[in-house]
Ligand binder design. Sequence first.
Ligand SMILES: Nc1ncnc2c1ncn2[C@@H]1O[C@H](COP(=O)(O)OP(=O)(O)OP(=O)(O)O)[C@@H](O)[C@H]1O
Length: 456
Amino acid sequence: MTNDTWTKLREDLLLHVGRNNYLTWIEPLKLTHLAEGRAEFEVPTSFFGNWVQRNFADKIRHRLNEAGIDVSRIDFSVARGAPAAPQAAVQAQPAPAPMPAAAAPRRDDEIASAPLDARFTFDSFVVGKPNALAHAAARRVAEGGPVTFNPLFLYGGVGLGKTHLMHAIAHELQLRQPHLRVLYLSAEQFMYRFVQALRERQIMDFKEMFRSVDVLMVDDVQFIAGKDSTQEEFFHTFNALVDQNKQIVISADRAPGEIKDLEDRIKSRLQCGLVVDLHPTDYELRLGVLQQKAEQYRRQMGDLVIADGVLEFLAHRITTNVRVLEGALTRLFAFANLVGRAVTLDVTQECLSDILRASDRKVTIEEIQRKVAEHYNVRLSDMIGPKRVRTIARPRQVAMYLAKQLTPRSLPEIGRRFGGRDHTTIMHGVKKVEELMATDSQLADDLQMLRRLLQG
Ligand SMILES: Nc1ncnc2c1ncn2[C@@H]1O[C@H](COP(=O)(O)OP(=O)(O)OP(=O)(O)O)[C@@H](O)[C@H]1O
């Protein structure tokens, strides 16, 4: 067989490995030797050879055998003039089976995950109605079984536990399946590494590194919106891993379709798996989190006394997010400990007066738009967009009305948040809803429910 014959044969592999894998890993292979049942290919780096060996050698061998070329062993040799590599040649295992991924040595030097917070485990994650689905999906991924949905896309507002869940998945996978290469990083770190690789002309290494992981987790993906070449690279990495059936977990502060300046093809890819929302906390969840944290503090400082009703008071009053709730509790217990007082309601109010004041004015126009959009099942972008059809215009007017009622914002300010509309449009919307409420009981009910939801 000549290199030309190989060139023809290898194209059949396209169907078996997917286009991205083909372009990255198969096309660059150059056949340099074929005799006595042994084929040798030239590769740019030893890592490249290792990777092809582990993932595609069997398919290549199979394809050659099918074409009547008897090959039982495949070797890879690094092209001369390529960067120095620890091993000059990577030998294939004898046929039939390729080295399973499980036997691969860890390459911690290359696959530097962002540090994981040891406290963010499934054990310390309090499950309630608002996060039950996200928790169940994260658990499923953490079992490391067959990939059933790819990617898992977790989204939700600030401080609701997205990062916590991602770290919990990584911890659990490392515990259950230590051989897996789990790479967790923020989208910002992805961009940073990509730009660095471009600058240092190591883009091939970058690609190899990201395509060699078993589980890729990218936090806060909205960060790459509007960053064209990073998006492009992310798209290819994503596709290559999905083609290989490797699990991907992504988080963002909003749903894929709502991320502005994110390419449509990426949005649609992100929507292909399971998209789950971490909803804003409800009273029970907040109380659960407070009880769990209080228990931890009690264990640390044996003599901590917490008066009845304190945790309930905090769960009722601090509705912003779990991070703020935790911060409040830490401050409260530190204060009580330092001054040697029991944690009473008075102490709580004195010590947390600023946080309690801040959470009094809690409803924002964005929250109103989000809740109303969810309630009427319209897109968040339609709240600020130009569409005039009744099914969208009415929910938009409801949101305008609530913005006027529940926030201290002026009509021109509200107008700006609704896609730069004039204050007279807002006034008209508010009036319309007031009029309709008198006759339309369904609308009145909707408003009552939305109010309750928003005010917690
Ligand atoms: N259900 C929960 N149970 C226990 N702790 C929680 C829960 N949800 C959030 N937390 C805690 O709240 C804090 C904030 O959570 P996390 O960092 O995961 O938020 P996030 O959704 O990633 O927010 P951001 O977008 O701001 O990064 C963390 O300390 C986390 O442990």
